[in-house]
Design a protein around this ligand. Structure first.
Ligand code: PLP
Length: 429
C-alpha cells in the first residue's frame, strides 16, 4: 500500500505530480508520502490492538526529524541504536518513555545521555554491557529498565547481511544463557531486567520465523517467572516485510494473526520495532537521466543519483522497481514486479555517476525507453535510503521532500559544496 500512483501516465505522490516537485526542488531527491507512513502505522496499531502494544518505529530506517515528529504525534514510540538517533528523537519531540535502545556497542556517553533522557528501556546485547550499564546507572543514582536481547537461532531467510537472529550473528546473547544472566544480575538494585528482546533481521517475507521465535521465547518467559523474575514486556523487534514487489509480503494483520494468539492472556506487553514495513514504500528516489550509452553488450542509463544516495542495490543486491515518471498509457505499470512484461521496453543497466562498477540502481532491467533529461523514479526507497547515504565522490546528498495531500515541502535541504567541507574548514582557514 502506498500513495504513489500514475494518473494519465504521470507519476503522482498523493495529489502532487513528481514533475512539479522536481521542477521546484531539482534532482536528485527523495520524496515521501505522509499518508503512507501514517496508514502503515495505523494498520499496525490496529492489528495488535488486542494486546497492550507499543509500536517503536525504527529511526535508522528513515529518521528525518519531521517524519519522527508526525510519527510521535500519531502515537509511535521509537527504536534507537545510537546517541545520534536519541538526539534526533528528542529534537522531534518523541516521548522518551516510549523509546527502546538496542545496539551491541553503546558507549558510555551514549548510555549516560539515554539515562539522562529517561528512556523506556535498554536492550542488553552482552553481559559486559549489562555490567557497564549497572555501573553507570549507579553513578547517576537512577534506576532503569532493561530487556535482555536473546538470540533465538531462528532462520529468517533473507540476505546474509540482513539476518541477526542466528548463532553466527553478533547480536544479543545465546538464548541458552538467558536464565543464568537473569539469575546473576537480578539483585543489582539499579537496572531492572524485566523484558526479553528478539530481533530476527530485516527483509524477510514470512510469518513463521516470528511464530517460531515466540514459541522459543515463551517457555523462557515461563521459566524466568517460575524462578521469581518479573517479565513485563516482550519486544519482538522489526523485520516485517515491505512490498518491494506488489503484494509479496504478509500484511500487518496477517503477521498479527500468527503472533497475537500466542501472546494473548499471557500478561505481557508487546513492543514492535518496525522500520521497512512502515517507511519503505512511503518514499521514492527521483533522479534525472544524464546520458544514455550503448556499450558493446549492454545499454546504460546514467542518472544523477548513485550508490552514495541509495546503496541497497550495491550492498544487498536489493531489488527496487524503477520506472520513468512520465509514460504513455501503454506503459503504466499495474503493479511493481521483477517480471513485468511490456512490449517495447529496453533492457538496460541504470547506473549512477560514481567511480565504482558496483554503482548501479538496477541491472538488466526492462524499462520503457528513456532519453537525456527524463525523470525516473526508484520505488520503495523510503527505508535505508537517505539514512544510508554518504558524500562519497564528494557528492552532495539529495533533498528530502514531504508530500501531504496536495502540498509539499522540503524537509531536508539539498547539501551544498560548502557543506562538504564545513567540518574541515577551521575559522582561520
Ligand atoms: C534492533 C532492530 N530493530 C528494528 C529494526 C528494523 O528492521 P526493519 O526495518 O526491517 O523493520 C532493526 C533493523 O535491522 C534492528 O536492528
Amino acid at each position: 500500500m502506498d500513495h504513489f500512483r500514475y494518473q494519465h501516465g504521470k507519476l503522482f505522490a498523493e495529489d502532487v505530480s513528481i514533475a512539479t516537485i522536481a521542477e521546484a526542488v531539482g534532482t536528485h531527491l527523495y520524496i515521501y508520502s505522509k499518508a503512507t507512513f501514517v496508514e502503515h502505522l495505523r494498520r499496525m496499531q490496529e492489528a495488535y490492538s488486542e494486546i497492550e502494544t507499543t509500536i517503536c518505529y525504527s529511526v535508522k530506517a528513515c529518521g528525518n526529524i519531521h517524519i519522527l515528529r508526525f510519527m510521535a504525534e500519531h502515537g509511535s514510540g521509537f527504536d534507537i541504536v545510537s546517541g545520534g538517533e536519541l538526539f534526533r528523537m528528542l529534537k522531534a519531540g518523541g516521548d522518551p518513555e516510549k523509546v527502546v535502545y538496542a545496539g551491541v556497542g553503546k558507549t558510555d556517553p551514549e548510555i549516560r545521555a539515554a539515562l539522562e533522557a529517561g528512556i523506556g528501556f535498554f536492550s542488553i546485547e552482552s553481559e559486559e554491557e549489562l555490567r557497564n550499564l549497572i555501573q553507570l546507572t549507579k553513578d547517576t543514582g537512577r534506576r532503569v529498565k532493561a530487556a535482555l536481547r536473546v538470540n533465538p537461532d531462528v532462520a529468517y531467510r533473507t540476505h546474509a547481511y540482513m539476518t541477526t537472529g542466528t548463532k553466527e550473528n553478533k547480536f544479543g546473547v545465546d538464548i541458552g544463557n538467558a536464565i543464568r544472566v537473569f539469575d546473576s544480575y537480578a539483585g543489582n538494585g539499579s537496572v531492572t531486567l524485566c523484558a526479553l528482546h528478539v530481533h530476527l533481521g530485516t527483509g524477510g517475507k514470512k510469518i513463521d520465523p516470528y511464530v517460531e521465535a515466540v514459541e522459543k521465547v515463551m517457555p523462557l518467559v515461563d521459566t524466568l517467572r517460575g524462578k521469581g523474575h518479573t517479565i513485563e514486556v516482550l519486544d519482538l523487534g522489526g523485520g516485517f516485510g515491505a512490498d518491494y514487489e506488489s503484494n509479496t509480503v504478509p500484511s500487518a494483520a496477517e503477521y498479527a494473526s500468527g503472533i497475537v494468539p500466542l501472546l494473548k492472556h499471557r500478561d505481557l506487553k508487546l513492543v514492535l520495532e518496525p522500520g521497512k514495513s512502515i517507511c519503505a514504500n512511503a518514499g521514492i528516489m527521483v533522479s534525472r537521466v544524464v546520458y544514455t550509452k550503448q556499450g558493446p553488450t549492454k545499454k546504460f542509463v546514467i542518472v544523477d543519483a548513485g550508490m552514495n544516495d541509495l546503496i541497497r542495490p550495491a550492498l544487498y543486491q536489493a531489488f527496487h522497481f524503477i520506472w520513468p515518471t512520465d509514460v504513455t498509457q501503454d506503459f503504466v505499470p499495474v503493479r511493481r514486479s521483477k517480471r513485468l512484461l511490456f512490449e517495447g521496453t529496453e533492457v538496460v543497466d541504470v547506473v549512477g555517476p560514481i567511480c565504482e562498477s558496483g554503482d548501479f540502481l538496477a541491472q538488466d532491467w526492462a524499462m520503457p525507453p528513456v532519453q537525456r533529461g527524463d525523470l525516473i523514479a526508484t520505488f520503495t526507497a523510503g527505508a535505508y535510503g537517505f539514512t544510508m547515504s554518504s558524500n562519497y565522490n564528494a557528492r552532495c546528498r539529495p533533498a528530502e521532500v514531504l508530500v501531504e495531500g496536495d502540498t509539499f515541502r522540503v524537509i531536508g535541504r539539498r547539501e551544498t559544496y560548502d557543506d562538504l567541507i564545513a567540518r574541515e574548514v577551521s575559522e582561520r582557514a
